[in-house]
Ligand binder design. Structure first.
Ligand code: URA
Length: 223
């Protein structure tokens, strides 16, 4: 069952913003600008990809303008998606071919991919108020999954938002690549973001990224 905003109970918090979410004025203005420029693009909050009862939730930063914001699937068409989806396929968290297209038939297996901020931000940089405003959707995504066994944060911003969503304090869980934080019954794994900048500069190598997935797979009893 895909994660959706259709709450099973009227009391349940929405896991997805509405397509015309009005909560962040700057992001609304940017969205309207790109709807006018590129009417065939998705240009709306990008929903979580993957099963709602996945053991692993991967949290990125925000949709890329010409990637996820264009295609409507997290990391799809973004440079960062090449390494993310190749690694998910390698570790059995995805099946099929990743072709940077939401119609490529790629299926996530026991993993879901979302973003701390669901709308594309100008210059790829969400403001702190926007991260806070979008957090209830992240919290609801976490809370709606009773089978969740691990969260992987890609980068510090995703990490900080997950820590706050879990009700913990940042000083008790500083971001560090390769760290595992046990703040809750759900462990939080940290990785540097698999962005073009980080991979081109060697901040994150493919092997470093694989090592994070090796650890997660072992903890989930998959290897
Ligand atoms: N695309 C996304 O959907 N999220 C990121 O964090 C980066 C690119």
């Amino acid at each position: 069952m895909p994660i959706s905003s259709a709450a099973p109970h009227s009391q349940a918090a929405a896991t997805e913003p509405s397509p015309d979410c009005p909560l962040c004025p700057r992001l609304v203005e940017f969205r309207e600008e790109w709807r006018a420029k590129e009417p065939d693009w998705f240009n709306a909050p990008v929903p979580t990809f993957g099963p709602a009862d996945a053991s692993l939730l991967i949290v990125g930063l925000a949709p890329g303008l010409r990637g996820a914001n264009r295609t409507g699937r997290p990391f799809t068409g973004d440079f960062a998606g090449d390494l993310l989806y190749a690694t998910l396929i390698e570790f059995g968290f995805a099946q099929g071919d990743y072709r940077a297209d939401p119609n490529d038939g790629l299926v996530l297996k026991d993993a879901a991919v979302t973003n701390a901020v669901r709308c594309v931000p100008p210059q790829n940089k969400p403001a702190s108020g926007e991260i806070n405003t979008c957090r209830p959707f992240l919290s609801a995504t976490i809370d709606a999954n009773p089978r969740l066994k691990g969260i992987l944060a890609l980068g510090r911003i995703a990490h900080d938002s997950v820590v706050k969503a879990l009700g913990a304090r940042l000083r008790d869980a500083p971001f560090a690549h390769g760290a595992v934080h046990r703040l809750d019954e759900i462990p939080l794994y940290d990785s540097y973001h698999c962005s073009r900048y980080n991979t081109n500069t060697g901040v994150l190598t493919e092997e470093m990224f694989r090592a994070v997935f090796r650890r997660i797979s072992a903890d989930l009893g998959r290897s």
